[in-house]
Design a protein around this ligand. Structure first.
Ligand SMILES: [Fe+2]
Length: 133
């Protein structure tokens, strides 16, 4: 199972956002580790809960930065966050209920890929905007 890495390509230039993205990637890797080592339900559930909470918290910090700076792309960015949180919750709930099957882990990896793309495009745009304000 592959693990995710915070690379230069993902840097937004905003230190709060970048620090939280690093933590987010660590949380994803912890969940994947717990799944692949067959660590048992309570360990997997702990990492699932932590990841969902961290994503919620981080997204709300980004949204706060957007409100404060009157970011023009705020509505679309928030809509993405809402959908993302919903799908993450669905996928991780199924992993919690049925265990980390190949199918669910494939879905999880696909959904993490969506986040990585979001970071390298939309969050970078936000970082560039914040650095000008
Ligand atoms: Fe974002």
């Amino acid at each position: 199972m592959s693990r995710y890495e915070f690379t230069k390509r993902l840097e937004t230039g905003n230190s709060i956002i970048d620090t939280e993205h690093k933590e987010l990637i660590l949380a994803v890797n912890k969940l994947l580790d717990a799944c692949s080592k067959g660590e048992g339900r309570s360990s997997v559930d702990g990492t699932i809960q932590f990841l969902n909470n961290y994503v919620n918290e981080h997204f709300s910090h980004e949204e706060q930065l957007q409100r404060q700076s009157h970011y023009p792309g705020m509505a679309a960015h928030k809509a993405f966050h809402e959908q993302y949180k919903k799908t993450l919750k669905e996928i991780t709930s199924r992993i919690s209920q049925s265990g980390p099957t190949i199918v669910e882990l494939g879905r999880l990896n696909g959904h993490i890929g969506v986040l990585i793309t979001h970071i390298s495009t939309e969050d970078k745009k936000l970082g560039a905007f914040l650095s000008q304000t």
